[in-house]
Design a protein around this ligand. Structure first.
Ligand SMILES: *Cc1c(COP(=O)(O)O)cnc(C)c1O
Length: 231
C-alpha cells in the first residue's frame, strides 16, 4: 500500500515536524527518500543489502539539515556493527542493483499470476495498474521490490494450513530480501490506526526470491490443490 510521501512531508514540515521513513521495501535504488522530502530514512540492512538473509545491519541516512543531529547521536551511542556483517554488506552492495531488478520483475510477474488465480480475492502490489497506489508509485518510485501481499478468498483455517505447511520452495519467515522465496500470513489489525483492515479473506505476504518462476508456480498450484482437497 502506497503512501503519498511528498504530501506527508510537506504537511509535516509546514507544522515544524521531522519526517522519518522506513525505506526498506524500495531501498534508495527505487525510492530516493531525501529527494522526496524525507528528513531521516532507515533501512533494514538485513534484506536486499545482503541478499542472503545472513547478516545483522541497519542503516540510517539524513538530509543536510538533520545530518549533524544524526552524526551526534551516532557518536553518543557509538553503535558498532560486526566486521563480518560489514564485509557481507559491502559485498552485497556490488550485486544489489542487479538482484533488486530481478526480484522486482519476478515479483510483478508473480503478482499478475496470482491476480489471475480463482482462489485469489485481491493482490496488493503497486505495480499493478488497478492497484489504488499505482499512480503514486509510478510518480515517486522507479520500480518495485519482490515483496507484496495476496488476499485469498475465504477458506477454512485447516485449508490455509494445508496450503502453507505443504509448500516446498516458500519458507515461512520474516526476513525477506534474500534469494529464497518466503510467505507469511499477516494481520495488521492491531497496529493499523488510520483505517480499518477489512481484507475479506486470509492475507499472505510473499517475497519472491531467485528460484525458477515455473517451479514457484508449480509449488503454489500444488498448494491450491491442497486447499481444494481440504475445502
Ligand atoms: C525487516 C524489516 C525491518 C527490520 O529488519 P531487521 O531484519 O529486524 O533489522 C524494518 N522495516 C521493514 C519494513 C522490514 O521489512
Amino acid at each position: 500500500e502506497m503512501q503519498d510521501v511528498p504530501a506527508i512531508a510537506e504537511a509535516m514540515h509546514a507544522r515544524g515536524g521531522t519526517v522519518v521513513m522506513d525505506n526498506t521495501w524500495a531501498t534508495p535504488l527505487l525510492f530516493p527518500p531525501h529527494e522526496r522530502g524525507v528528513d531521516l530514512a532507515v533501512e533494514a540492512g538485513t534484506k536486499y543489502l545482503s541478499g542472503g538473509s545472513d547478516l545483522l545491519l541497519g542503516l540510517v541516512s539524513a538530509n543536510a539539515k538533520h545530518y549533524p543531529a544524526l552524526k551526534r547521536t551516532y557518536e553518543h551511542f557509538a553503535p558498532c556493527a560486526g566486521p563480518e556483517d560489514i564485509f557481507l554488506g559491502l559485498r552485497g552492495l556490488r550485486t544489489m542493483g542487479l538482484r533488486l531488478r530481478e526480484h522486482g520483475a519476478r515479483g510483478l510477474a508473480m503478482a499478475e499470476w496470482f491476480q489471475a488465480r480463482p482462489e485469489v480475492l485481491r493482490v496488493l502490489h503497486p505495480g499493478l495498474p488497478d492497484d489504488p497506489g499505482h499512480a503514486i508509485w509510478k510518480r515517486d518510485f522507479s520500480g518495485a521490490s519482490g515483496l507484496f501481499g495476496v488476499i485469498l478468498k475465504p477458506v477454512s483455517e485447516a485449508a490455509l494450513a494445508a496450503f502453507l505447511d505443504g509448500l516446498e520452495l516458500f519458507g515461512m519467515g520474516f526476513s525477506w530480501g534474500g534469494f529464497e522465496s518466503l510467505v507469511i500470513p499477516f494481520d495488521p489489525t492491531v497496529y493499523r490506526t488510520a483505517t480499518r483492515w477489512q481484507p475479506g479473506g486470509p492475507a499472505l505476504r510473499f517475497h519472491i526470491g531467485l528460484e525458477d518462476p515455473e517451479d514457484l508456480k508449480a509449488d503454489l498450484e500444488a498448494g491450491f490443490a491442497r486447499v481444494a482437497a481440504v475445502g
